[in-house]
Ligand binder design. Sequence first.
Ligand SMILES: NC(=O)c1ccc[n+]([C@@H]2O[C@H](COP(=O)([O-])OP(=O)(O)OC[C@H]3O[C@@H](n4cnc5c(N)ncnc54)[C@H](O)[C@@H]3O)[C@@H](O)[C@H]2O)c1
Length: 348
Amino acid sequence: MRKFRVGAIGCGGIFRAMHVPGWQALPGVEIVAVCDRDLDRARQVATEVRAGHVFTDYRDLVKLDLDAVDVCTPNRVHTPAVLAALESGKHVLCEKPLAVTTREVRAMGQLAEKKKRKLMTAQHQRFTSSAQAIKSWAAAGHLGPVYHARVRAMRRAWLPVAPGFIDRELSGGGPCMDIGVHALDACLWIMGFPKPVRVSGAARTNFAKGHKIPGMWGEWDRQRFSVEDFAAGFVHFENGATMTLEASWLGHQPENEDMSFQLFGLEGGVKWPSGEYAAVAGNSFVQGTIAPVRRVERPHSEEIRAFYECVTENRPSPVPWTETIKVTGILEAVYESQKRGREVAVRL
Ligand SMILES: NC(=O)c1ccc[n+]([C@@H]2O[C@H](COP(=O)([O-])OP(=O)(O)OC[C@H]3O[C@@H](n4cnc5c(N)ncnc54)[C@H](O)[C@@H]3O)[C@@H](O)[C@H]2O)c1
């Protein structure tokens, strides 16, 4: 039987560490082509995954007979690579953030619809045991309508040093786009994706131009550093709900990482990823911990399986662009608000 043929664009850290094992866990799949701007890296990875085709230009890769393209380049290369893959009729899985502007997300989404192809943003946090368990607890009615959320993606000394993260031309943003996007997407998913309408935000570089806080991933080019190292936002949704959002790569806090959210609902409240919940029943406070029935060992692999199944079983994308555009809209508005010095409307 013919196997499902995948071509990969961008063969760096996330592709090798997480996507390759995810694809290789699916018996019906073969990675037949790889592309990286760095030819040596592309050749090396092609040998590792036994891909027969090696490219340095994604426009050549998308001409091949492929079922799907997996985009794992720096953020600002996502849009042209995804558009080229969709244009040539491929289904596309793309790393987060799908794009750093809603204009680009819309262009990709509309092209996917026109071409009748699947487009999925790789938001693996939705596939973690904790997020899955909270989603089903909320679906059972224990959370109720959410009136407020707190979202945090706060690292104290984990600054990714590659140019693809710290150079705005390549990344489009700092921790807000890099890790804020993870907690924000998972939180909005549990909330049922209400429509964000206004954001007041700040995005600043407090430490990354200097040496006060050492980076646990080593040194970075301080001259080239052109994104924020801290961002915060206050979001209003059309349904009246509100949200605070904080993201950092460097900062003074006791935790190495606080990747979390807390939801306040009219029926109950819950924290992710701990699963701690609280409610009032009759005359009593009730509280405890939601424990997942099924432990997910590799959420990235679950995400890749979900993409593969949506294509092969012709189901809706598990992370559709219509949801991603709300995530991007909030993050884009944080930067816009910093620039304008006032609250701004979310452009959806
Ligand atoms: N979901 C997650 O957990 C997670 C974790 C890390 C990174 N990411 C995302 O994955 C993407 C890649 O991150 P990474 O850590 O693998 O970065 P990386 O720098 O390790 O790898 C990126 C690769 O893309 C290649 N590349 C750059 N421009 C290219 C082009 N025009 N054509 C082809 N290849 C090109 C680079 O040579 C490099 O090999 C980013 O969007 C990042 O946000 C996601």
